[in-house]
Design a protein around this ligand. Structure first.
Ligand SMILES: Cc1cc2nc3c(=O)[nH]c(=O)nc-3n(C[C@H](O)[C@H](O)[C@H](O)COP(=O)(O)OP(=O)(O)OC[C@H]3O[C@@H](n4cnc5c(N)ncnc54)[C@H](O)[C@@H]3O)c2cc1C
Length: 469
């Protein structure tokens, strides 16, 4: 697409104004997961590499994430007897995105995925293991790989340690403000950096890698490109202002999928803690304040965000049982939610309703109906299949946890301008979904899953919708 976004400014500088203080063969802008991975790869290929990061440390959105990396055909999968392939992974991506993803790009990413994960483990000692406790939404087989506590901060720590071991230079508190490019042919010559004391420094390079993520932290660009979520709460790294997109556009690059974003229907309300989707995929469900389910939660967390936002008060509750509570304790974020008292417990649905303000009759009826579905009795009106899971409701409910709706925006792709790393291409919302997301991003409530185990129920708190690019 062609878009000049006139109010945003280009940041392209004339090389004749540069006063270079150094030259490297590969210069990387952005020290998140993408940038550090690119730096490791370039250095291993023999390049002299310099990473420039605006913050005081290399964290980015990656450190806020769950840090799970999908990869097909890894030896970790084979060790568990999982038969996977790049073709199957690519087909899953295309299906999950409703055919909107470029199949060639999906296949290229899928084909590189296994070697990338094994390279991170073998060459850089990033401690990745297969996440085999749940099937990720949209995946045909288990193919997520994560660090021991399943956190992005752990992933970033592993990458940062690898970068340090390799002796790669990283300059922090180095905000890249502009790119030097020849006016004649657009060839990039270097960048200009602003330091915290407002002084400038120019670096020359043979190749430039733009790994500074998307534009979620730039309200003007969000309103320009995705107006329907402009008022949503942003849950991502605020320092990502869309610089690479601006520079790329100014240099004549094309952009694609720039109106895409990701939502999440499971952010603990008021806590800002993501409640991960294994809770749902393994049998949990969501209800509104009337105690009613309102969608097929298992379609995925992004789709569910739209439905959560549409509920009374923009809130939903996760309902689940002790079995799922124990399963979720694998995840650092969930343990944080427990510590933050985001989860409420009760002995039965009526007690749980009293704790949460959910309608008791509605919740009781829903718990019973899900239990019946889990026994194979009847069809879910939303099309969800509960029989393959130990659906919580079989007995009394045990644990209820509040869930949140969050909106996260995927980075747009700026052809020839940005280097994409992790998982942004995974999904894209339909126009209807986008419209729903926009409506209000402020508050979702929780819901809790139900389970068959005996014991108390827990209920989580309020959720909110957020967005990140
Ligand atoms: C809650 C949450 C959970 C997620 N879970 C997953 C998951 O499990 N798996 C997955 O694949 N994806 C997940 N994602 C998405 C994933 O986090 C992002 O796609 C990924 O982190 C993007 O990596 P990046 O390196 O491109 O960006 P970032 O990690 O944001 O790094 C960009 C860096 O560039 C720096 N920067 C920006 N502009 C400049 C500039 N002008 N000069 C210098 N530096 C600059 C920033 O400070 C930042 O450090 C999740 C996202 C969220 C919010």
């Amino acid at each position: 697409m062609s878009d000049t976004a006139p109010t945003i400014g280009s940041g392209i500088l004339d090389p004749s104004d540069a006063r270079y203080s150094g030259n490297v063969s590969v210069l990387v802008v952005g020290g998140g997961g993408c940038g550090l991975t690119a730096a490791l790869s370039a250095q291993q290929a023999g390049a002299e590499v310099l990473v420039l990061e605006r913050d005081a440390s290399t964290l980015g959105t990656t450190a806020m994430s769950t840090g799970l990396i999908p990869a097909a055909g890894t030896r970790l999968q084979r060790e568990r007897g999982i038969d996977d392939s790049a073709e199957l992974f690519a087909a899953d991506i295309v299906r999950k995105t409703g055919g909107q993803t470029d199949p060639a790009i999906a296949l290229a990413l899928a084909e590189a995925s296994a070697a990338t994960v094994e390279w991170l483990i073998d060459d850089h000692a990033v401690p990745l293991s297969l996440v085999d406790s749940f099937l990720y939404p949209g995946h045909s087989v288990k193919r997520m790989h994560g660090t021991p506590n399943r956190t992005g901060s752990e992933l970033m720590a592993g990458l940062a340690a690898a970068v340090e071991r390799r002796g790669i230079d990283v300059v922090t508190e180095a905000l890249v403000e502009g790119v030097f490019a020849d006016p004649s042919d657009g060839r990039v010559r270097g960048v200009r950096v602003r330091r915290p004391d407002q002084t400038h420094e120019d670096f020359a390079c043979d190749a430039l890698v733009l790994a500074c993520c998307g534009f979620g932290g730039n309200a003007e660009m969000v309103r320009h490109y995705i107006p329907e979520i402009a008022d949503a709460t942003f849950f991502g790294h605020p320092g990502n202002k869309g610089d690479a997109i601006r520079w790329g556009l100014a240099l004549g690059a094309a952009v694609e999928d720039i109106h895409s974003y990701q939502g999440h229907g499971g952010l603990a309300a008021g806590r800002g803690i993501p409640i991960l989707w294994p809770l749902i995929m393994e049998g949990g469900f969501q209800v509104n304040v009337r105690g009613e389910r309102f969608s097929n939660e298992a379609r995925g967390y992004s789709e569910q965000a739209v439905d959560v936002v549409a509920q009374p008060g923009h809130v939903a509750w996760d309902i689940y049982d002790e079995r799922l509570h124990r399963l979720m304790l694998e995840f650092d974020d969930y343990r944080d939610a427990v510590e933050a008292r985001a989860i409420l417990r009760a002995e039965d649905p009526v007690s749980l309703a009293a704790l949460t303000g959910i309608d008791a009759a509605g919740l009781t009826a829903t718990v019973e109906s899900v239990a019946a579905l889990a026994r194979g009795e009847g069809q879910d009106r939303f099309g969800r299949k509960f029989t393959s899971k130990m659906a919580p409701m079989a007995a009394r409910c045990r644990i209820f946890l509040p869930v949140v709706a969050r909106l996260a925006v995927c980075r747009a792709r700026a052809a020839q301008a940005t280097w994409r790393a992790m998982a942004c291409s995974r999904r894209r919302l339909s126009a209807d979904s986008r419209a729903g997301l926009l409506r209000d991003s402020t508050t979702d409530k929780e819901k809790g899953p139900v389970g068959s185990a005996t014991g108390p129920c827990r209920v989580g708190g309020v959720t909110s919708a957020q967005s990140s690019l």
